[in-house]
Design a protein around this ligand. Sequence first.
Ligand SMILES: [Zn+2]
Ligand SMILES: [Zn+2]
Length: 335
Amino acid sequence: MKAAVFYGEKDIRVEDVEDPTPSEGEVLLSPRYCGICGTDLDAWNRGMYALGVVIGHEFSAEVVEVGPDVTEWKKGDRVVANSIIPCKKCGFCRKGKYSLCDDLYMPGITVNGGLAELVVLPSDCLVSIPESVTLQEAALTEPLSVVLHGFNLINFEPGQTALVLGAGTIGLFAAQAALVNGASIVAVSEINAFRRQLAGKLGAHHVIDPMKSNISFVFEEMAGQSPDCVIECTGAASAASETFSLVRKGGTVLVLGISEDPVEADFMTGVLNELTFQFSYCGHSEFPEALNLIAHNMVDARNLITKEITLDAILEGFRELMNPDSNNVKILVKI
Ligand SMILES: [Zn+2]
Ligand SMILES: [Zn+2]
């Protein structure tokens, strides 16, 4: 079968590898659509995935064959695979905090993932795709579950205001999740004009170009006060630093973007204003909720998909997403 294999920094090759076969408790899947994620770009730039692994952790698939003792799935079932497979034994797992599992593995990062014609995964990591959700939309379940996990960690109340920094996949889902959670005002700050426009189309009440306007000033003028919640989705150290002064007194900052550079933190403001910072990593239990929100048109995943490419063209997709002027949000690989 054909697969995109990670060989290290700036070295991902689409090549023929041996077909996998399912053992007990496993299912053989045929991935259909797989998103290229910012984490994949980081791995491409910094080489942090397991060497030799088949990449791809945001994918929808169809069941091809089930292992000897698997009864809950059958050929043709449409599924997404959870992006983390926890041990279900450690202290964190026992408390339901699966993203903190001491012994988790991650398809497409530590074990073979979905950018391949076939992949074998444990049957209990699969979630059924509702009928009204397309295989393309379902490929965005993982990033939406990341956002929902963040919201599950904070106490966002209906009527509160939210400012989202960055309108990539995570930011655009965060803006929509704020609306689903009853936000009275959602503003999105984004440097790219296309993504700003998309944020507006997806329901953000206000969009801000941070290169042209002072975010605090614009938000306060519009909402009467600073945001109750700032959601950092850019992964840029400068934006993360700015959250201290953007959020209102007593407010919450939800950090979803991963800044690999050190972030200057204004602890003085943090203390004086009694700010709450919540960092959030991966969704796990949120997968069904994510699919449900897409199925009921409460979150729009379709309009985040800006391009479809073939598996052979995957490096073009990487290059396109790394171009800061690119008008792409989510590029899906059709397999
Ligand atoms: Zn991802
Ligand atoms: Zn565990």
